[in-house]
Design a protein around this ligand. Structure first.
Ligand SMILES: Cc1ncc(COP(=O)(O)O)c(C=O)c1O
Length: 405
């Protein structure tokens, strides 16, 4: 029998107490195990077939045959991985091809891949800034941006600030007050993941221009989703090539495996290659994943109609919810949140929907602000009209049971 040390026992006891409190407060996250690929319907252990409305598989590429085949071929050609970091033991040619494709897709000179968008977001402020600089972040930015900035502050002693969500006057005032800073970085999500809203990119670029600031857009929920051909927030607004630094994930629309990238000028990407700690001290993306992501980008480039289909399906589902009497947050992305208030109410709705064969996650505090707990629906191009009608019928039944409609 393996025995914990006295210190380990005390830690375990504390954690068990906290876990019990999570359960009592109804905020304990239960993992649901799937025994099938991510498609519009998945096989959930203990439940069977359910429709999934909580995946980031926006374009339905996670199980696309070309994407799976590319991963298999890369496994045969390159083996399991680099077995070290890129600058030490070599980088596979598929990484170079992937990085060229990412830059081409989002319209920048260059790009650099990371094992996650989290790592990419962490690399940008911590590597590019110094104690003479400032980084300002939207209040509702993703946790990876928030933590990346916290780390940058600790490492570089750069100045940091947060501006009110999408509030250009607040951003402008903060930039004006920071006139003496050498570099001013402004960071925003392109699409805010819990709201489904789109950042006001034209105005953000204008404020940044006025204050000589550099805009960073995290397009993780916009790549493959926004714009006529899925090139992201910049394409949505007709501003391709104008965002200096874009970060994004390969773990959502672009195949859904894992990985992320920074797309920017050649100087930014080269500097990150030289100095980003999440690049220098961590293995590269596995070649299977790099090849699947590359095949996803090529698929997207050849099939822009997938993006149109996604948009139409998201609109259909949103209108369906509205006509049932729900009040989803307004928007035009495939992220469609229904606000319920209490965390326990969101979790209860999610449980009842799962009983009805629809897998959609409830989110509460601290992931979203207090009293704004929600179920967040995410539509995929893979959903058929029948899938969406089935889900809407489940929402109608559960909504009536909970007296929401
Ligand atoms: C806006 C945003 N940025 C970054 C990430 C991190 O992505 P990854 O899973 O590639 O680390 C996510 C994932 O949830 C996200 O929603």
């Amino acid at each position: 029998m393996i025995r914990g040390s006295p210190t380990g026992a005390a830690l375990d006891a504390r954690l068990r107490g906290e876990l019990e409190r999570f359960r009592q407060d109804g905020i304990y996250k239960r993992l649901n195990y799937l025994d099938s690929p991510q498609g519009a319907r998945v096989v959930m252990e203990g439940r069977g077939d359910v429709i999934i409305l909580s995946s980031n598989n926006y374009l339905g590429l996670a199980y696309q045959s070309e994407v799976v085949a590319a991963g298999k071929a890369a496994l045969d050609r390159f083996g399991a991985g680099t077995a070290s970091v890129r600058f030490i033991c070599g980088t596979f040619t598929v990484h170079r091809e992937l990085e060229a494709a990412c830059a081409r897709l989002v319209g920048t000179e260059s790009s650099l891949s990371f094992v996650s968008a989290w790592n990419a977001n962490e690399a940008v402020p911590g590597t590019l800034l110094t104690e003479h600089d400032l980084v300002i972040s939207d209040q509702l930015n993703h946790a990876s941006i928030i933590d990346g900035i916290r780390l940058a502050k600790a490492i570089t002693k750069c100045q940091t600030a947060v501006y009110k969500h999408a509030d250009l006057a607040d951003l402008g005032a903060r930039l004006a007050a920071a006139g003496d800073r050498q570099v001013k970085l402004v960071v925003t999500d392109g699409v805010f993941s819990m709201e489904g809203s789109i950042a006001p990119l034209p105005d953000l670029l204008e404020v940044c221009r006025r204050h000589d600031a550099v805009l960073v857009v995290d397009d993780s929920h916009a790549t493959g989703v926004l714009g006529a051909t899925g090139r992201g927030t910049a394409e949505h607004f007709g501003l391709e090539g104008q965002v200096p630094i874009i970060t994004s994930t390969l773990g959502k629309a672009l195949g859904g495996a894992a990985g992320g990238f920074v797309a920017a000028s050649a100087a930014v990407c080269d500097y990150l290659t030289q100095r980003a700690r999440t690049q220098l001290f961590s293995n590269a993306l596995p070649p299977t994943v790099a090849a699947s992501a590359l095949a996803s980008i090529e698929y997207l480039e050849a099939h822009p109609e997938r993006v149109t289909a996604l948009r139409e399906k998201a609109r259909y589902f949103r209108e369906g919810l509205l006509s049932l009497g729900f009040h989803p947050l307004p928007g035009e992305t495939p992220i469609i949140p229904v606000i319920l208030g209490e965390t326990a109410a969101a979790i209860r709705m999610s449980d009842l929907l799962l009983d009805a064969g629809v897998f959609v996650t409830g989110f509460g505090f601290p992931v979203v602000p207090q009293d704004q707990a929600r179920v967040r629906c995410q539509v995929s191009a893979d959903h058929t009209r029948d899938d969406l009608d089935f889900a809407l019928a489940a929402f109608a039944r559960v909504g009536r049971t909970l007296r929401l409609i």
